[in-house]
Design a binder for this molecule. Structure first.
Ligand SMILES: Nc1ncnc2c1ncn2[C@@H]1O[C@H](COP(=O)(O)OP(=O)(O)O)[C@@H](O)[C@H]1O
Ligand SMILES: NC(=O)OP(=O)(O)O
Length: 311
């Protein structure tokens, strides 16, 4: 891939919280994506799925309770459903934006599986929040039913599931082929469908991979120079939310590691983004990550805002 390839990871606010919100949010997101495509960038779009995969799993669990013939739905199947549910709205919103601007460009969504290590310690220690926010009472009730919940970065409680590290993107060659053919590619949604390879047989495992980690791996494998993580804040900060908060513009890997040691980035929200950015910077020369808001993406690329993490 050439250096015009950029991987863009979309966070929750680029997607909305339900079907109607999603359609509205992706219409806005599509405008930003097509602006960047018009700049001549080859774009690969990844997205989160925490709220959506929790919603789908909850719906499937309720269905199984009401009508037992449907049986239980495994979490990786819900991840696959979330890729389709989000991918199709995103794809159609981008297609419509391209059509409105009279741009002849294809958009594809690739259902993607990401291999994880079945011995990953993350399976013993679930940390990935999914689904909606719960009150403390709701979380305590779920815990009593054997469902692990955790406080999520000061925003309430959520169900947590295992989140192993992504090791290998199985559909990488397909992604490269479509990129080379000029498509905007949506892939690795929700971090990818987590699988293990058992002598050639791929089996889904109960987990949700962090989409920032999967995006960092994807950007590395595509030999991209730039990973853009779009989220709800314009920049990462130290002393976030406190009186002495300081927004960060340039951040070297060494500074980022020092701030991590100080506990400056909340687990389950900003920390995985910074860690994914460090991993990407360390994977090859000149690789950098921009963390900013959707609306600031173009300004961020121009070096006017956002937090840039580099080696
Ligand atoms: N040090 C920090 N600097 C900036 N934001 C932080 C920091 N620590 C925690 N956050 C929170 O992390 C959020 C981004 O994480 P999250 O909402 O999980 O991401 P996503 O957009 O991928 O869904 C921000 O909106 C902010 O509330
Ligand atoms: N899979 C994933 O990381 O989703 P969120 O970004 O929505 O947490």
């Amino acid at each position: 891939m050439d250096n015009n390839t950029v991987v863009i990871a979309l966070g929750g606010n680029a997607l909305g919280k339900n079907g109607a919100e999603q359609k509205e949010a992706v219409a806005k997101t599509a405008k930003v994506i097509v602006d960047l495509a018009e700049e001549g960038l080859n774009l690969v779009i990844t997205h989160g799925n925490g709220p959506q995969v929790g919603m789908i799993q909850n719906a499937m669990d309720n269905l199984a309770m009401i009508q037992s013939e449907y049986g239980q739905t495994a979490l990786p199947a819900s991840v696959a459903m979330s890729q389709g549910y989000i991918g199709i709205d995103l794809q159609n919103a981008i297609k419509y934006e391209l059509y409105s601007r009279n741009i002849d460009k294809k958009v594809s969504t690739i259902l993607s599986q990401v291999e994880v290590d079945k011995e990953d310690e993350a399976f013993l220690n679930p940390t990935k929040p999914i689904g909606r926010f719960l009150t403390r009472e709701e979380a305590e009730k779920k815990e009593a039913d054997g469902i692990k919940c955790m406080e999520d970065a000061g925003r309430g409680y959520r169900i947590v599931v295992a989140s192993p590290m992504p090791k290998k993107i199985r559909e990488l060659q397909t992604i490269k082929t479509l990129l080379e053919a000029g498509h905007i590619v949506i892939t690795c949604g929700g971090g990818g469908i987590p699988v293990i390879d058992d002598y050639g047989k791929l089996s889904g495992v109960s987990a949700v991979i962090d989409k920032d980690n999967a995006s960092s791996l994807l950007a590395k494998e595509l030999n991209a120079d730039l990973l853009i993580i779009l989220t709800a804040v314009e920049k990462a900060a130290i002393n976030f939310g406190k009186e002495n908060q300081e927004w960060l513009s340039d951040l070297t890997v060494e500074q980022a590691e020092e701030y991590i040691k100080q506990g400056q980035f909340a687990k389950g929200s900003m920390l995985p983004k910074i860690e994914a950015a460090i991993r990407f910077a360390e994977s090859g020369e000149g690789r950098r990550t921009l963390i900013t808001q959707l609306e600031k993406a173009a300004a961020g690329i121009a070096g006017e805002t956002g937090t840039v993490i580099y080696k």
